[in-house]
Design a binder for this molecule. Structure first.
Ligand SMILES: CC(=O)N[C@H](C=O)[C@@H](O)[C@H](O)[C@H](O)COP(=O)(O)O
Ligand SMILES: C=C(OP(=O)(O)O)C(=O)O
Length: 349
């Protein structure tokens, strides 16, 4: 699996730490101060990056769609257009947030929800661009994005494996600086629909870093994703899950996000390497509790050690590691030995 370079210091894939994206999305309620609080919270939680969603409404939606009534508790307007306009930051506000994230010291980017937004983000000089699941079937956009040669992280909700292969082919025809995220687009995703083992299939099929964008509740599923080898994790972050908005319910609060990051780092450390061996930290327990070979009875030099004559016990001093039991049986004692005395190499021949 290749590595994707995001900045001079940050790479995704290989042995690099899992890249953890705090997805603000539209959980800022259209309020730049809340957006800044979320950037700060993402930094303090230890996220690798904070992400927004940039949309040019007339590029992403048809006029009719924007005029459609959007009458629900998460709506910020009577029509979908009013709702989205309320949530959309201007380019100037994006520049302000970008500067703020730089000051705070966290990578900043957004998903480009259309080509106009893609160009804006390229000009803003974000380190990579996210393409959300809403564009996983948008082959024109994917070709355009690939041609710009900026690193991409692409989610694959709402399509099947054939479409994911098409995404892979379109981008890799131009470059390999991209990652694919397994994703199911529901808010929240029922656990039975997550199908996390798709990650393993992606890892077998594609020679690029694979990650997971989770819209289910809690942190168990992204943690399992890391255990399965995900190199990118994306989760929504919110100041308050009860706020108005479609995504708050499946988001993590700052303390939950911080716990996720800590747990991801624990899992990465714990995955270690697959060669089973005795490790240094076990030595005190070996010294204290590992069993060794001792005499089961008193016997003299020249006598044969029959199976019942050798016991396996925790002893001090220790005898031979008990794994050598079979090598001792039917050997002849070279010294006199009392019951419970350790049996060592050289004590028999
Ligand atoms: C597929 C996709 O774009 N999903 C995004 C990323 O997860 C979401 O944040 C949507 O923007 C959000 O759920 C839309 O909510 P509403 O329609 O209430 O503004
Ligand atoms: C829709 C998005 O992401 P995902 O498909 O990963 O939820 C996004 O990043 O805007």
């Amino acid at each position: 699996m290749g590595e994707v370079r995001i900045t001079d210091d940050v790479k995704i894939g290989g042995g690099n730490p899992c890249f953890i994206i705090a997805e603000v999305g539209q959980n800022h309620q259209g309020d730049i101060e809340i957006a800044k609080k979320l950037i700060k919270a993402a930094k303090e939680a230890g996220a690798s990056c904070v992400k927004f969603q940039k949309t040019c409404l007339t590029e992403k939606f048809t006029k009719k769609y924007l005029e459609r009534s959007y009458d629900n508790p998460n709506s910020w307007g009577k029509t979908y257009g009013e709702h989205k306009r309320h949530l959309e930051f201007s380019e100037e506000q994006y520049r302000e947030l970008f500067r703020y994230a730089n000051e705070v010291g966290i990578l900043f980017t957004a998903s480009a929800m259309d080509m106009v937004s893609f160009d804006f983000l390229v000009n803003l000089k974000v380190p990579f661009i996210k393409i959300g699941s809403g564009d996983s079937n948008n082959l024109l956009f994917l070709k355009y994005a690939a041609s710009k040669k900026i690193p991409l992280i692409i989610s694959t909700g709402m399509v099947d494996k054939e479409a994911v292969k098409t995404i892979y082919e379109i981008i890799s025809a131009q470059h390999k600086r991209f990652c694919l995220l397994h994703c199911i687009s529901a808010y929240p995703v029922p656990y039975e629909d997550v199908n996390l083992t798709v990650l393993q299939d992606y890892m077998k099929t594609f020679d690029i870093p694979i990650g997971f964008s989770g819209q289910e509740l809690g942190t168990a599923v992204p943690l399992a994703a890391v255990a399965l080898g995900a190199k990118v994790i994306e989760k929504h972050i919110t100041l308050d899950k009860t706020m108005k908005g479609t995504d708050h319910v499946c988001s993590l609060t700052p303390p939950e996000f911080a716990q996720l990051v800590r747990d991801v780092r624990v899992i990465e450390a714990a995955l270690g390497n697959p060669i089973k061996k005795v490790v240094t930290s076990e030595i005190p327990c070996i010294d204290k509790l590992q069993k060794s070979l001792v005499m089961g009875c008193t016997k003299n030099r020249g006598e044969i050690l029959y199976p019942g004559d050798v016991k396996i016990k925790v002893a001090e001093p220790k005898g031979l590691n008990a794994l050598h039991f079979e090598e001792v049986i039917y050997k002849t004692l070279v010294y006199d030995k009392k019951e419970d005395e350790p049996l060592n190499k050289g004590d028999f021949c």
